[in-house]
Design a protein around this ligand. Structure first.
Ligand SMILES: Cc1cc2nc3c(=O)[nH]c(=O)nc-3n(C[C@H](O)[C@H](O)[C@H](O)COP(=O)(O)O)c2cc1C
Ligand code: SF4
Length: 453
């Protein structure tokens, strides 16, 4: 049974309310930090913990905090990224909905460490009802003296605001988020300067994911070393995983990093195996942006080692035979899933969400979606497969923000591991007479290719 640091109390009746949260040890990290620690000491604990950003990139949080510029007389900001729009990822929603005070507590402790007196939670528009839950929790925190002026008599002031976005995936990219927070169109900025130097209102800013900020609470309560003792190597602590697709028990799980993928996927404590007694075909382990793993690479690496739920093990073998932990959106495909159809579905999303600033992403996501659609509908030809690989290569690494890569990687990986399915869509498209127009049209959609043993 995995230790739980974030979701240990999520099933306590009424934990969403201040009174129950406080009665269960809530706000202890704020008390400890403000009464007994300096901001630098809090940052030091976060560094010791080895915590890595849970938004997807896995950048060490303590290091990010120590990059924050501290010019005299200039405000600093902490912005929580609650945009969570990556398909297959819903862990932040779960945390905010179930136990909103954990995020509020993490925001206060983290803002204190960073010397921020104004902080924001930027939440996607589709989570409007969650924004109301957070606002309620913030109001309770103000009413009980955890926010506002001179918190706990420490001389530290903090105001915390919730800002609801308009529902754009690109506003999860940290600089697009800052633009949106400033009231502008959410276009990513060219970096450098990085937000730590020039962020919100051109002031030094740290942007962190919901889960990252929540993890600061147990780190301060128990110490960075205790947190670092959980996990393996540079993958320390626990991680929330959003598990979805063809599994018996979809949901949000808190795991200790280092758990074998096989245990996560097949044990009753977590996903409970593939639904309806079907066979596993593939898995996208870190949200729609990361490469797909075929069945034989899900639980084992290419060298035959057990694949673990860690940043390192999931990327073992590079993109040739590995993938990424990403945002922890674990999407499972059974033998009846069509890889071409699912890849097309993802590519529709990226085409729609590209902000359009750079041509490789704007044009490339459009082309990939168009070609994938025609393959899926049985109207493609074999050359289309290499055309897709070529377009993906031209996008990768040539854009202002990583949305371009996020669109290209899944397509390239799907073809790398499932080329036979793309070919099947060309070779097995049945031609039938279109009753309306009289000419022959392919049946739509093409049935999934049979599983190759
Ligand atoms: C297109 C795009 C969408 C992103 N969406 C999110 C998101 O919804 N939530 C998030 O925390 N990070 C998201 N990120 C990553 C952020 O840019 C940033 O790295 C992260 O918020 C930093 O927090 P962390 O260090 O705590 O992970 C996204 C990045 C890109 C390129
Ligand atoms: S990569 Fe795409 S989403 Fe990112 S800035 Fe360029 S066009 Fe916009």
């Amino acid at each position: 049974m995995s230790r739980k640091l974030l979701l240990a109390k999520d099933h306590v009746p009424g934990i969403r309310s201040y009174d129950v949260y406080r009665a269960n040890g809530g706000y202890a990290s704020v008390e400890k930090a403000l009464k007994t620690m300096s901001p630098e000491a809090v940052t030091e604990e976060v560094k010791k913990s080895g915590l890595r950003g849970r938004g997807g990139a896995g950048f060490p949080t303590g290091m990010k905090w120590s990059f924050l510029a501290k010019p005299e007389g200039v405000p600093r900001y902490l912005v929580c990224n609650a945009d969570e729009s990556e398909p297959g990822t819903f862990k932040d929603r779960y945390l905010m909905e179930r136990i909103p005070h954990l995020l509020v507590e993490g925001m206060i402790t983290s803002s204190f460490a960073l010397g921020a007196n104004t902080s924001f939670i930027y939440i996607r528009g589709e989570y409007f009802y969650v924004s109301r839950i957070l606002e309620q929790a913030i109001a309770e925190a103000y009413a009980n003296g955890w926010l506002g002026k001179n918190i706990l008599g420490s001389g530290y002031d903090l105001d915390l605001y919730v800002q609801v976005g308009a529902g754009a995936y690109i506003c999860g990219e940290e600089t697009a988020l800052l633009e949106s927070l400033e009231g502008k169109r959410g276009n990513p900025r060219i970096k450098p300067p990085f937000p730590a130097v020039e962020g919100l209102y051109r002031c030094p800013t740290v942007v962190n994911n919901v889960e990252t900020i929540a993890a600061v609470v147990p780190i301060v309560n128990d110490g960075g070393e205790a947190y670092a003792a959980i996990g393996i190597g540079r993958s320390t602590g626990t991680k929330l995983i959003s598990a979805s697709g063809n599994i018996n028990k979809p949901g949000v799980y808190e795991i200790e990093l280092g758990l074998p993928v096989e245990e996560f996927l097949f044990s009753d404590e977590y996903c409970g195996g593939i639904a309806n007694g079907k066979r596993l075909k593939a898995c996208v382990p870190g949200g729609s942006s990361v490469p797909i793993l075929p069945e034989y690479l899900v639980c084992k690496t290419a060298t035959g080692d057990d694949r673990l739920m860690t940043y390192e093990s999931l990327s073992d073998g590079g993109f040739a035979t590995g993938s990424m932990l990403g945002s922890g959106g674990f999407i499972v495909y059974d033998e009846n899933q069509c890889v071409v159809r699912n890849t097309w579905n993802f590519s529709r999303f990226y085409r729609h969400e590209s902000c359009g600033q750079c041509s490789p992403c704007r044009e490339g996501t459009g082309w990939m979606e168009t070609v994938l659609r025609r393959l899926e509908k049985g109207m493609g030809n074999l050359d289309d497969i290499d055309l897709l690989v070529g377009v993906a290569k031209k996008i990768e690494g040539n854009t202002i923000c990583p949305l371009g890569d996020a669109a290209a990687w899944p397509v390239a990986a799907a073809i790398r591991h499932f080329r036979h399915e793309f070919e099947y869509h060309v070779l097995h498209a049945e031609k039938v007479k279109d009753p309306k127009h009289g000419h022959k049209e392919p049946i739509m959609p093409v049935k999934p290719a049979p599983v190759v043993a």
